[in-house]
Design a protein around this ligand. Structure first.
Ligand SMILES: Cc1cc2nc3c(=O)[nH]c(=O)nc-3n(C[C@H](O)[C@H](O)[C@H](O)COP(=O)(O)O)c2cc1C
Length: 187
């Protein structure tokens, strides 16, 4: 294992986790770490022995991690016990739950998306967190469009920004950068 080497490996469906992972990488590099970012939808990770810290990320859909991110957790669960790991998920749903005051739902998803995943794979992460995500009307299938059309007024009322036509981004970039900076201090 080499000091200072970090792997960020993530799964994504709509692309939000890609830009979140890149922002985390930028901050960690600024803190002096050597960071490799792998999009598990496109590339395979053969070996993690070189990395001091592995950051695993996944976008959420219907309460599920991506298949590739789950497979990555499974493949290296033994190796993860020998090094530091951190987990983040991209959740577009959380901002809507916050807006509606659904605190029980937030507790439920925090447990299901993060805590249950860590315990399922026997991980003891140095940090786990949930960031926002994107609701991209241009990429959504017809079945889900109805649901999203009904939510549109909630996006606007919750102050969620339309960053491009049809794209609502619930992320708070300051939070993402602050998390990455704190992570750097824990390594
Ligand atoms: C069909 C669909 C289902 C979704 N289900 C959930 C969900 O169960 N929980 C949640 O927090 N966000 C949900 N979202 C919002 C996603 O978390 C958001 O799009 C996020 O950006 C996904 O990460 P990705 O862009 O990296 O794929 C859903 C989005 C879509 C389009």
């Amino acid at each position: 294992m080499e000091k200072n080497k970090i792997l960020i490996a993530y799964g994504t469906r709509y692309g939000a986790t890609t830009s979140t992972a890149e922002e985390i990488s930028k901050v960690l590099q600024g803190e002096g770490f050597d960071v490799k970012v792998v999009n598990l939808q496109k590339d395979k990770v053969k070996d993690i022995t070189n990395f001091e810290l592995v950051v695993i990320g996944s976008g959420m859909k219907m309460d599920m991690w991506t298949t590739k991110a789950k497979a990555f957790l499974k493949k290296f669960s033994g190796e993860f016990k020998k090094r530091k790991v951190a987990i983040f998920v991209s959740s577009g749903g959380r901002a809507l739950m916050e807006h509606k005051g659904e605190l029980d739902e937030i507790d439920r998803i925090t447990k299901k998306y993060l805590e249950d995943k860590a315990s399922k794979y026997g991980l003891n992460p140095i940090s786990m967190t949930m960031f926002g995500g994107v609701w991209d009307y241009n990429q959504i299938s017809k079945i889900f469009r109805k649901f999203l059309d009904a939510e549109k007024e909630n996006f606007i009322a919750a102050g969620i920004k339309e960053t491009e036509p049809g794209v609502y981004d619930t992320r708070n970039w300051e939070n993402i950068r602050a998390w990455a900076k704190e992570l750097a201090s824990k390594i």
